[in-house]
Design a protein around this ligand. Structure first.
Ligand code: HEM
Ligand code: HEM
Length: 140
């Protein structure tokens, strides 16, 4: 987990990490989209949608927030927020593939998906808190 004190450096790393994770979800999500289109089997569209919207789009937005507003701020909470979002989206993405792919039944995977969903929401609340905390420091 990144240290608190190193002004700018850790947060630069976090914006890049969010970007790279976002691209990974874009590749996986679009790959799944092409597979669905080619196979005419859209059963996994919910997994595809959330991989792209939570994994790619939201990670990309978090990267931009870090780049534009959180430079030199955040510290440990920002590091934790990164891992929480990425872990929760990974569990959600894999879980939705298993659920809508018919591999694991809903009663078995439901609680895990619920926990992952709460993780995504808590990460969002943490990001909102980080932004509110640096309100006075927004320079541009
Ligand atoms: C290579 C690119 C992509 C391909 C081939 C693709 C393909 C598909 C296919 C076949 C479906 C199922 C449609 C249906 O059953 O009605 C779908 C649904 C969806 N896709 Fe994509 N997609 C791509 C990129 C994206 C991107 C970049 C996003 C968002 C950032 C996205 C978001 C969605 C959403 C939200 C749905 C669900 C729509 C609904 O059910 O109302 N897709 N996609
Ligand atoms: C913790 C976060 C989230 C949870 C737990 C969640 C849950 C769900 C559920 C249960 C559905 C209905 C699936 C079905 O029809 O069987 C759904 C559909 C959908 N959600 Fe989410 N969602 C989340 C975040 C988001 C976000 C951030 C976006 C957009 C930025 C989004 C966009 C959509 C779209 C477009 C659909 C329709 C997909 C389709 O019908 O294929 N969701 N979501």
């Amino acid at each position: 987990m990144p240290a608190t004190g190193d002004q700018g450096k850790d947060i630069m790393a976090l914006d890049r990490r969010f970007l790279l994770c976002g691209f990974a979800y874009a590749i996986a999500g679009m790959g799944l989209g092409i597979y669905m289109a080619a196979s005419h089997n859209h059963a996994l569209s919910v997994a595809h949608a959330h991989m792209l919207l939570l994994g790619f789009v939201v990670s990309f937005i978090y990267a931009l927030i870090h780049k534009l507003w959180l430079v030199g701020a955040g510290g440990r909470v920002a590091g934790f927020q990164f891992y929480l979002h990425q872990l929760a989206v990974l569990v959600l993405s894999v879980g939705l593939v298993l659920l809508y792919g018919g591999v694991v039944p809903e009663p078995a995977i439901g609680p895990l998906l619920g926990a992952a969903a709460v993780g995504v929401l808590v990460a969002l609340l943490l990001m909102a808190w980080l932004v509110l905390r640096i309100k006075g420091d927004v320079a541009k």
